[in-house]
Write a protein that binds this ligand. Structure first.
Ligand code: ANZ
Ligand code: ZN
Length: 858
């Protein structure tokens, strides 16, 4: 066991050796358990700093180095500021890649996963983020996932977890369903395969119940989350307002509702379109002629493979089939032919639309393709008088004269009229502006009972079941007599069976279903033979609440202790990649709101502030083994050490920006660290020296950094803080070499402040400096020095000293410095004396505080 006496004492001016510092300090820190948060009786205010937990796919990579480096700057900063800082770490260790890798290598996914965790953990230890390791968690541990199951049952009890049959996204390669969110431009987010649709019964979480709150609460995050992320969340939820309008269908009892954002254009509806893959389309087609039925079936087959993106694209030729049926416009009684097409989606709104070709581009394209009527109902050339009359303008914003106005003839021009204007050809709506007409149309619909105001969301319920092995088993038992029966809470966790003996290869059904011994159980309700649900949960379930589990990581009686949540949560600073801007954050926000509603939490947003780090690139592109531009974390650690790597990351630029590794200089970082470290060895004043006696210019620079650094750190300007540290190191060096010297109290003061602030970026170097300055570890626990206001008010200016017209010295001086004092400083300067040599001074002109000009006799 190490104690203070075992810590090697520095001797003289050794060379800076990062590997020696790492070997020296890591055991000391670990032995002292420096970063454990929430100790008994600790009354300091608290901060919760969280990094998105890693996925154990191999060793840590440069992206981890960056994100965790940044998170640690914030964590260490708040600790210096006097907070009890919780900075936990764990592993997001369930998921498909582990399973696929395991299948490829023929090893158990569990062994593979935990071996990777061990490797990442070893790298983390050396990189030395100030983690509270006592709270380490792995989502693949039964101690963790039992609480996933508990949460699932809580959601199930509230009707928020439910099972339904439907067309789901299916990845033919991974042989599993995907959430809408995991389909990127029609491709599987994981493997890139083209996603198809499949009819399956699956588990969902009803996030749509929370759509309004998920949207409205984003206002709380404005300013502390990147605005890009806030708007991505908004767009993903995609709320639009308008009306549901009920259309009668000839020969059908039930009316068909359509969702429209433009109820004002009802008089311009000239046909109706139903999604070709909707039940309604199938039903309507069934009543049509043999010929129409056949072309409908053929069309449907051709559409099945298309992605939603393709279907909605405006630039595609329109296709469709007339179903030989008619709808009736509820406002004017007109008969509208009903068509089936792919450009209407089955699962948005009601899967059917009223088509208004004059004012909607896709409807217009369709009408022109099939020669359907186009009727203008909004005169977009008519000025709309609001507070300020709107004068029509062209694309460049120049006013357009009445005779130059575009013709109101979209059928001819092919361009739909989507702008504002006044209603025409619309009976009771005539003369109204678009906005007023929307309001009036809704009133009329409501009066007649054929429609109402409505909202629609792009957001869909979250499909959470997966047909794969390496995940949390769904705690439901299916009984022929009782139906779905929740596993009693006392029987949690439902453990994953051993992988040995199971065929994990994707084959469309969960491998768990084939584990007969595991799957067949007695029904908890009737005792009859029943089967466990064979699916596992999407791993986004695991990461939706892990920030709460850290608070009670070792509590085996509950998911988390509400009192701990009260103390620590919400997370004050969350750090992670922008690739999680939508899904993970949305789901964590949803869980938080659910737990708030159930009384477990007193707040509704989980992450108060969010920092998205940029990417680490090499030669302008993302690093990858196959591209041959991979920079390995391990080799960077080996060649430059943790501190230089961390400083390089932080110094590269604003943390949100991408870093191109070919533009950075790890050697430059090492040199800077060595310079700082050497200063600490040269300080020759005692620890109790009176700083006030020190060199004023250096003191001012030190105190300005003390005063500025907090604002810079809190606004993530880490690179600026490092630049300022570099300047202070240089100034201190100058004071030692060509100024008052190493014994000056200001040199000690500067060195101590450098060590304290350097702890945010280079903890090993900072710790060793601290020791060389005569203190016990750890510098990480040193309270932030208060800047002396007296040293801040007076800014220094640079005085230039010339000898025979050549600038020989620059002096940092007070703007109030007297001429005599300035002249004395100039004459004392070593650089000036060197320039003078043995020549005699003829004349000195002093213009305090800026210029001293010395002329020699020649
Ligand atoms: C008539 C109309 C007239 C429309 C007009 C627009 C302009 P967002 O903003 O995306 O919510 N729509 C409704 N359900 C649809 C579906 N399942 N698939 C494809 N399109 C659908 O857009 C809502 C508008 O998209 C609705 O308003 C509807 O067209 C169409 F001048 O109704 B509109
Ligand atoms: Zn039963």
């Amino acid at each position: 066991m190490a104690n203070e006496h075992d810590i090697a004492q520095p001797s003289g001016a050794e060379a800076y050796d990062f590997a020696a510092l790492e070997a020296k300090w890591l055991p000391v820190w670990e032995e002292r358990d420096l970063f454990r948060a929430g100790r008994e009786g600790d009354t300091r205010p608290r901060k919760y700093v969280l990094d998105m937990f890693p996925y154990p796919s191999g060793d840590l990579h440069m992206g981890h180095a960056e994100a965790f480096g940044f998170g640690d700057i914030v964590a260490r900063y708040w600790r210096h500021q006097g907070f009890d800082v919780l900075h936990p770490i764990g592993w997001d260790s369930f998921g498909l890649p582990a399973e696929n890798a395991a299948i490829k290598r023929g090893v158990d996914p569990r062994e593979w996963t935990y071996a990777n965790i061990a490797q990442q953990k070893a790298s983390f230890r050396r990189y030395a983020p100030s983690f509270d390791w006592s709270r380490e968690l792995h989502t693949s541990d039964p101690e963790y996932y039992r609480w996933n199951q508990w949460l699932f049952l809580e959601l199930y009890k509230q009707g928020i977890a439910y099972r339904k049959a439907g067309m789901v996204n299916w990845c033919p390669v991974d042989q599993t369903v995907l959430a809408n969110e995991q389909v990127i431009d029609g491709h599987c987010e994981r493997c890139g395969a083209v996603v198809t649709k499949k009819a399956l019964t699956q588990w969902y979480f009803r996030v749509t119940d929370y759509a309004d709150r998920l949207l409205d609460d984003l206002n709380q995050l404005e300013g502390t989350w990147p605005s890009k992320v806030v708007s991505m969340q908004r767009n993903w939820i995609g709320r639009s307002s308008g009306a549901d309008v009920e259309f009668e269908i000839e020969g059908r009892d039930e009316k068909v509702p359509v969702f429209t954002t433009r109820p004002d254009t009802l008089y311009g509806a000239t046909f109706m379109v139903v999604a070709v893959d909707s039940e309604l389309a199938a039903e309507l087609a069934a009543g049509a002629s043999e010929e129409v039925r056949r072309s409908f079936e053929g069309y449907l087959d051709s559409v099945r493979a298309e992605s939603d993106i393709e279907r909605l694209a405006t630039d595609r030729p329109k296709t469709g089939v007339f179903l030989e049926r008619y709808a009736v416009n509820p406002l004017n009684g007109e008969r509208l032919p009903i068509w089936a097409s792919d450009y209407v989606l089955a699962d948005y709104g009601h899967g059917a639309i009223m088509a208004v070709p004059a004012h909607d581009q896709r409807d217009l394209d369709f009408a022109r393709a099939f020669d359907l009527p186009v009727r203008v109902v909004v005169d977009t050339n008519a000025p709309v008088t609001g507070v300020i009359p709107v004068i029509p303008t062209d694309d460049e914003g120049n006013p357009v004269l009445p005779e130059d106005l575009p013709p109101l003839d979209p059928a001819a021009t092919g361009i739909a009229l989507t702008g504002d204007g006044r209603l025409i050809n619309s009976g009771p709506l005539d003369g109204l502006s678009k906005q007023n007409a929307i309001r009036r149309a809704i009133e009329i619909l409501e009066e007649r009972g054929t429609g109402r105001a409505a909202k629609n969301y792009r957001l869909r319920d979250w499909l959470i079941s997966r047909q794969r092995y390496w995940g949390t088993p769904i705690p439901i038992i299916h009984c022929a007599d009782c139906g779905e029966v929740p596993v009693p809470e006392s029987e949690l966790p439902v453990r994953l069976p051993d992988a040995a003996g199971l065929d994990l290869k994707p084959k469309g059904a969960s491998p768990l279903g084939a584990a007969e011994e595991w799957a067949v159980v007695a029904c908890p309700n009737c005792g009859g033979e029943a089967r466990r649900d064979p699916d596992t949960m999407d791993t986004f379930v695991d990461s939706s609440w892990y920030f709460l589990r850290y608070l009670s990581a070792n509590d085996d009686t509950q998911a988390f202790d509400v009192r701990e949540a009260e103390k620590w949560a919400p997370v004050d600073q969350y750090v992670g990649g922008v690739e999680h801007a939508i899904l993970h954050l949305l789901y964590a926000r949803f869980f938080t709101k659910f737990l708030f509603d159930r009384g477990y939490l007193s707040f509704t947003e989980p992450f108060t502030a969010l920092l998205n780090q940029g990417q680490v690139l090499m030669d302008g592109s993302a690093m990858s083994k196959s591209k041959g531009n991979l920079v390995e974390f391990a080799s960077q650690l080996r060649d430059y050490g943790a501190d230089a790597l961390r400083v390089t990351m932080a110094f590269a630029g604003p943390p949100e920006d991408d870093i191109d590794w070919k533009d950075v200089s790890q050697a430059g970082s090492s040199k800077f660290l060595a310079r700082a470290w050497r200063i600490s060895g040269e300080v020759s004043s005692p620890t109790d020296v009176t700083w006030a006696d020190g060199d004023q210019a250096l003191r001012r620079q030190t105190h300005r950094l003390l005063a500025d650094a907090p604002g810079l750190i809190e606004s993530y300007k880490f690179n600026v803080v490092i630049a300022r540290l570099m300047e202070l190191v240089n100034a201190t060096r100058k004071t030692i070499d060509s100024g008052p010297g190493a014994a000056d109290p200001a040199v000690r003061e500067a060195a101590e402040v450098i060590a304290m602030i350097l702890d945010l970026f280079a903890p090993y170097t900072a710790e060793d400096m601290w020791q060389r300055l005569g203190y016990e570890p750890s510098v990480a626990l040193v309270p932030w020095r208060k800047a002396d206001p007296a040293l801040l008010v007076e800014d220094s200016v640079t005085a230039v000293v010339q000898v025979d017209g050549k600038v020989r010295e620059r002096l940092e001086v007070s703007p109030k410095i007297g001429a005599d004092e300035l002249e004395r400083l100039a004459r004392d300067s070593a650089a000036v004396q060197r320039a003078l040599g043995d020549r005699e001074i003829a004349n000195v002109i002093v213009r305090a505080p800026k210029i001293v000009s010395i002329a020699t006799r020649r």
